[in-house]
Design a protein around this ligand. Structure first.
Ligand SMILES: Cc1cc2nc3c(=O)[nH]c(=O)nc-3n(C[C@H](O)[C@H](O)[C@H](O)COP(=O)(O)O)c2cc1C
Length: 224
């Protein structure tokens, strides 16, 4: 049964952005459970469902993630880490996005829940193909319930993370997902137009119907 405030599937798809600033409010267990009950409805190769999720709520563990993310930030964005004011010259969308990444780098310890997404290592012919459908289900369900998140991998490549969370060697970590009630807003998404990525019969051959469509009009139909 649809919940009050649930935007519905298409509005959710057309407006779920990667948001990285959160209120300190905790996420009630029944809300979090609903998010994961939606996540595990995703498809996976051979229906193996080998996704595993570790919910990080302990302050000490989140502080460690923040320490690692802060160490990674200058390697990821050397120019802007050295002089954050250089971000001011970026085009608006890029500027807002990069500032939100920088904010999360320095505040991940304050995020209510950080989900660590794991799965069997070396098991699938398309690595990640059996994990990221669940991640997307999770993010869309979270948005429908008033939450937000983003894939955030700046603290991912630390072998210590496996040890800290007692993740077995059989598993690899696919991504981290900070989750909480956002202070930023969801909204229209900037994506390449369908006509530039969908072809007819041969790679690169235009799909005439798509060629005739406006670049943004279809998402506007669904956004209030
Ligand atoms: C595989 C993957 C890795 C990503 N890694 C990061 C990351 O390390 N840090 C981050 O802030 N966002 C990360 N993102 C989020 C993307 O930057 C974001 O989805 C994209 O810029 C679109 O943003 P929008 O949905 O707000 O338009 C990642 C997304 C995916 C799917």
């Amino acid at each position: 049964m649809p919940q009050p405030g649930d935007p519905g599937l298409f509005e959710t798809i057309y407006s779920t952005r990667a948001l990285r600033r959160f209120k300190p409010d905790p996420i009630p267990d029944e809300v979090l459970f609903q998010v994961f009950d939606a996540a595990v409805r995703a498809p996976s190769g051979g229906n193996v469902q080998d996704w595993r999720f570790v919910l990080i709520t302990e302050p000490a563990t989140k502080a460690k993630l923040q320490e690692w993310a802060t160490e990674s930030w200058p390697r990821y964005q050397p120019k802007y880490a050295a002089d954050p004011s250089l971000m001011d010259a970026l085009p608006r969308t890029q500027r807002l996005s990069l500032r939100s990444v920088e904010h999360l780098v320095h505040h991940i310890a304050d995020v209510p829940v950080v989900v660590v997404v794991c799965g069997l290592a070396g098991k699938h012919s398309t690595p990640g193909g059996s994990i990221f459908p669940a991640v997307q289900n999770l993010l869309l369900a979270a948005r429908s319930l008033g939450l937000a998140g983003a894939v955030f991998n700046l603290a991912l490549r630390r072998p210590e993370l496996h040890e800290l969370l007692a993740i077995p060697e059989t598993n690899q970590i696919y991504c981290l997902l900070p989750l909480g009630y956002p202070t930023d807003k969801h909204g229209p998404l900037r994506r390449k137009a369908v006509k530039s990525v969908v072809f007819m019969d041969r790679f690169g051959e235009p799909w005439p119907f798509a060629e005739r469509q406006p670049d943004e009009g279809w998402q506007a139909k669904w956004l209030k």
